[in-house]
Design a protein around this ligand. Structure first.
Ligand code: OAD
Length: 247
């Protein structure tokens, strides 16, 4: 079993990392799918769609309030720290795309981050669209100070589009590596490969010539066959080893 990504030893190499809930599991945060996953207790269609919020905003806020309460006490782990260290070494040759809303990458020091599914720590007005930092556990529904409309969690729900600027940045990064003929690597960590479009980023990365690596606890991610290298095991052990050349 390979334990490090040798291509990263090349001083021109570029790296895209895509993370999912699995990277935060060892920080004590539940993943979404699998035994005891969040979606077992909270059906997606009741808490993570725009229709759910229209029907019962209090229930949706309760779900995200619960996420805030648990994430507030969580600390970044060795895998988050290894990702941040790779960015410090690689600078502009590095890009992190995360589906996580917990803020643990930023807490570990990551800066070149595209939080494609939004953030648990900002709130967005359904009327004027104003975003504001917000760490409260709301007992009553929050309303916008500026326009008085209901505020919502700043999350990209099922049925909503990702920010096109995020997708453009990811594509431009991978295309440039291809144009410059430098080695590039796409590494996915702790994501089940079920939710689109993130589950398909690996296809685009490979079409741009990137070598595709996956770390998943048991290697059973749905899109695992799309990767050339699948390294099972807990992210806190596997990720620092994979990234050792740039750690
Ligand atoms: P999932 O819960 O679907 O998948 C978590 C993955 O992490 C699984 O493949 C696990 O095997 C793996 N895993 C668990 N513990 C791990 C560990 N210690 N080390 C390495 N891997 C581990 O979470 P996501 O793929 O992130 O979207 O889910 C994608 C999106 O679906 C989420 O962003 C969320 C959800 O619905 C929204 O809410 C919009």
């Amino acid at each position: 079993m390979k334990t490090e990504i040798e291509a990263l030893r090349d001083p021109a190499a570029r790296l895209v990392i895509l993370t999912g809930a699995g990277i935060s599991a060892e920080s004590g945060l539940s993943t979404f799918r699998g035994n005891g996953g969040l979606w077992d207790g909270w059906p997606v269609e009741e808490v993570a769609t725009p229709e759910a919020f229209e029907r019962d905003p209090a229930l949706v806020w309760r779900f995200y309030g619960e996420r805030r309460r648990t994430a507030m006490d969580a600390e970044p782990n060795e895998a988050h720290r290894a990702v941040a260290a790779a960015e410090r070494t690689m600078g502009e040759r590095f890009l992190l795309v995360t589906q996580n809303i917990d803020g643990l990458h930023e807490a570990a020091g990551s800066r070149r981050v595209l939080p494609i599914h939004g953030s648990l720590w900002t709130t967005r007005c359904t009327g004027c669209g104003r975003r504001r930092p917000d760490r409260e556990l709301h007992a009553t529904l929050p309303v916008c100070e500026r326009c008085g409309a209901l505020e919502r969690p700043d999350i990209v729900w099922f049925g909503e589009r990702l920010d096109p600027a995020h997708l453009e940045r990811l594509q431009a990064f991978l295309l440039r590596a291809d144009d410059d003929h430098v080695p590039s690597v796409f590494l996915a960590i702790g994501t089940s490969g079920v939710v689109q479009p993130a589950a398909s980023f690996v296809r685009f990365a490979r079409a741009c010539g990137a070598a595709a690596w996956l770390n998943d606890l048991d290697g059973t991610a749905e899109n695992a066959p799309l990767f050339e290298h699948v390294v099972p095991g807990p992210a806190t052990r596997v990720v620092p080893a994979l990234l050792a050349p740039v750690g």
